[in-house]
Design a protein around this ligand. Sequence first.
Ligand SMILES: NC(=O)c1ccc[n+]([C@@H]2O[C@H](COP(=O)([O-])OP(=O)(O)OC[C@H]3O[C@@H](n4cnc5c(N)ncnc54)[C@H](O)[C@@H]3O)[C@@H](O)[C@H]2O)c1
Length: 347
Amino acid sequence: MKLLVTGGAGFIGSAVVRLAITRGHAVVNLDALTYAACLDNVADVAGDPGYSFVQADIRDRSALDATLARYRPDAIMHLAAESHVDRSIDGPGAFIDTNVMGTYTLLEAARDYWDANGRPETFRFHHISTDEVFGSLGPTGMFTETTPYDPRSPYSASKAASDHLVRAWHETYGLPVVLTNCSNNYGPYHFPEKLIPVIILNALAGKPLPIYGDGSNVRDWLYVEDHADALLTVLQKGAVGESYNIGGENERTNLELVQTLCTILDGKRPKESGTYSDQITFVTDRPGHDARYAIDPTRIRQELGWRPSVTVEEGLERTVQWYLDNEPWWRALQDRDGVGQRLGSAK
Ligand SMILES: NC(=O)c1ccc[n+]([C@@H]2O[C@H](COP(=O)([O-])OP(=O)(O)OC[C@H]3O[C@@H](n4cnc5c(N)ncnc54)[C@H](O)[C@@H]3O)[C@@H](O)[C@H]2O)c1
């Protein structure tokens, strides 16, 4: 297949690009190269004859039309987004612009392209979304595909809005869409403002390891390469108009997660004295911090036969090792705007 991947220079998009090229697909990576992008993430496949890159913004309709006309993809995998909850608290406008208006613009460009080509049934518009659209769980229960939407941050509200637009373009115009809502990802090339890289890099630098609130918030962690595999599975086997929840069934409190990372680091790069856990510091909580997310992945497992290949213990080991082995990659990103600062704490 020829895939147009938006946001392919980001964390998850680049994992999709690398896997798709490895599996023999052609990929057009369309990315605006915001602060969160890094083309080094796709350096391993950038020389492949099936790979192309277009620097463009998903809000730029004429650039989208030109890209679709030139490359004629069989499917669009839409990952481009503003993705950091803390930044959405400080500046929600960028999230509405890109995640809502950008998705609208991309849907309209896709609809015209699909119409102009005789509305092929095999075309797919795959919208990649988050479990955060479902809101916050108590101590029990899990999100399924029929859980009502209840977003609580500007980020999750903008993703919920974009999900609704994608479903509406299917119901109203017949555009062949699939949607996925995934839990928290982690792994190589994770931008150094997100929790896991922050903890690894602060630990190595001897800095405090910041934990929001009391660390009891629960997240369900999935290795990014397993997410990329799930996305290609849904793209190729998912039913049109349907959504699939993707999760690793690996619930951890933030405090447990950070302690696990400290233990791995203690083994791989021991401190002269003490343990990395000594650097743990509790800081003011994020406003509106969702208590718990948990995905019920029964549908994707039973209907499409997908399951994660990596346990969270193995995935975290690999991730820590990757950061130890790839210092030039993360050092180059630490100067970017806002990285290393506390964001999103203002009420
Ligand atoms: N990170 C997670 O744990 C997670 C979980 C579930 C779903 N998601 C969703 O997956 C997608 C990718 O997430 P990520 O963590 O890789 O994000 P990321 O922030 O690492 O990457 C986003 C990419 O999109 C690009 N981009 C941003 N605005 C753009 C615009 N206007 N036009 C074109 N490109 C633009 C950026 O340059 C960047 O390369 C997002 O839609 C996100 O909502 C993320």
